[in-house]
Design a protein around this ligand. Structure first.
Ligand SMILES: [Fe+2]
Ligand SMILES: [Fe+2]
Length: 266
């Protein structure tokens, strides 16, 4: 049983330099402690909070991340965009962007004889982009003879996330939510065997608003005028889940929520 498990560490939206610093600091120990097979992280805020650069991507691959999922902010930094169509670059963008958009939303990870399919999709409720139906896209890409599959559902509304996950219960091994940067305490395994959490949360500075300097966001709410975001500093909240999947049954057997405060100066 133990030997047939696939152990995944999924890290919530990594925000800027502080987020990357926290990952570099604790990832090797976590991988060893829990016997992790695949490390996956949402990278839409990797470079200064907005999108990714090849340099920050490479830095995190060297730190031990096997694959990045993303979301609406992946387009914010033009540096990574030409790389999204290169199959050697382990970055997904949501699958349900219109046809013709660069990049891919599905991949298969393989390590030590273990295989995991990963799909990235984006929700449509309170989200900036008018994308194709994520429910339909998920069903179309999860045939009954599927590999064990994990979906990052990048969405704002908890109702949409829970509906999406319950709709797919038993068809995929796990569904994790990202995008809000606020971790929810509702990790569970549904009756059909799909592991789920509404939002994994962020890996970024705590004394902030969703990773951004708090004064900037308060100013935005007070004035409604455009503002430039700047990533905050200080202690980092490392937010993640560890998911164990039974390779044969293709269901989640355990989901463990992590929420750890990291002091980068220590
Ligand atoms: Fe994000
Ligand atoms: Fe997002």
């Amino acid at each position: 049983m133990e030997r047939s498990a696939i152990k995944i560490l999924f890290i919530g939206d990594i925000v800027g330099r502080p987020g990357r610093g926290a990952v570099k600091k604790i990832l090797p120990d976590l991988v060893k402690k829990y016997g992790i097979d695949f490390v996956i992280a949402n990278g839409e805020n990797l470079a200064a909070g907005n999108g990714m650069t090849y340099e920050t991507y490479k830095e995190m691959v060297l730190a031990g991340i096997d694959l990045f999922t993303s979301g609406n902010h992946i387009w914010d930094n033009k540096n990574i965009i030409p790389y999204l169509s290169d199959s050697r670059i382990k970055v997904l963008r949501p699958l349900n962007y219109p046809k013709g958009v660069t990049g891919r939303g599905i991949t298969i990870l393989e390590k030590g004889g273990k295989k995991l399919k990963v799909i990235n999709l984006q929700g449509r409720v309170f989200m900036p982009d008018d994308l194709d139906d994520p429910f339909l896209a998920a069903i179309e890409n999860t045939p009954s003879n599927n590999l064990p599959t994990l979906i990052d559902f990048h969405a704002e509304a908890t109702s949409e996330k829970i509906a999406f996950a319950r709709y797919l219960d038993g068809k995929v091994a796990a569904i994790v939510g990202t995008h809000t940067h606020v971790q929810t305490a509702d990790e569970t395994i549904f009756p059909g065997g799909s592991g789920f959490i509404s939002d994994v949360g962020m890996t970024g500075p705590i004394d902030s608003i969703l990773g951004v300097e708090k004064e900037i966001i308060i100013e935005k709410f007070l004035t409604q005028l455009p503002v430039s975001h700047k990533v905050a500093s200080g202690e980092v909240n490392f937010s993640a889940v560890i998911i164990e999947i039974d390779q044969k049954k293709k269901i989640t057997t355990r989901i463990l929520r992590l929420n750890q405060i990291i002091n980068l100066d220590e």
